[in-house]
Design a protein around this ligand. Sequence first.
Ligand code: NDP
Length: 282
Amino acid sequence: MTHDFLSPLTGSFAMPAAENPTVVMIEAAYRHLGLTWRYLNCEVHPDRLGDAVRGARAMGWRGFNCSIPHKVAVIEHLDQLGESARIIGAVNTVVRRGDTMIGENTDGKGFVTALNQVVDPAGKSVLIFGAGGAARAVAVELALAGVSRIVIVNRGHERGEALTNLLLRQTPADAAYTRWSGMFQIPADTDIVVNATSVGLFPNVDQMLDIDPDTLRAEMVVADGIHNPPLTHLLRSARARGCRVVDGLGMLVNQGVIGIRYWTGLDADAQVMRQALLNLKL
Ligand code: NDP
């Protein structure tokens, strides 16, 4: 009997890396698919990112994820970019095709996949809190998925306006910026509300967006990018008012499903991956 002791390699480059749980859900998916593939969680200093990418090429890695602080800096080390990664200007998933390293962004794609399980965003009016990296990825992908209008609500006007202008210039969606100062009233004509800020992230689990919770209406779908904890203060408030909710764990898991499809061509089981994360009791 012949043996194959060479595992196809994938992984993540980030700094810090120790608290990134992605390895747990991706390796659970590989095992469930019966693959001998590995996913290595690597801490890479920003000064060594080029070396890390050259190392991945040299060792024949099939691809890797990039997290903070490498999502923009990695681009200069790649050969091509997918459409949304080009518009967003950031890469979180790298795919090797032959000798070509292609940068993709699955942050927003994972979000839209999770959202689609509750509502089709096409033609809807969306309000997004935040204008950082997560908001940018989510907003661009929602625009490409056919939402009619996106309102960006952010404290800092420079980032808010920059994201709004990006949407207006590079996507088919209508977009507007609203400055966030004081308790925010969500307009009644909003279909989907998204928290793409870091408000509510562990350990600040009881932190709530500065919004009037009574402006959350039962007809609205409320989505949170925060995956830890999965049920944020915002989602609890939204549920209490009858809204349908989408948690950040769905975004994270579906990013993983899309990444595994890019690398292996196979569809991983999202439920297995979600359960692997829930078992960690983050
Ligand atoms: P950034 O630092 O790029 O942006 C942070 C955003 O949050 C900015 O818009 C900032 O506003 C806003 N913000 C921070 N604190 C407050 C506050 N107290 N009140 C109002 N707004 C605030 O971070 P990212 O965009 O990269 O990440 C944001 C969150 O998204 C993170 O918590 C991360 O966990 C989550 N995320 C989740 C993913 C998933 O798969 N579930 C994937 C990627 C990210 P301002 O510009 O005014 O400072």
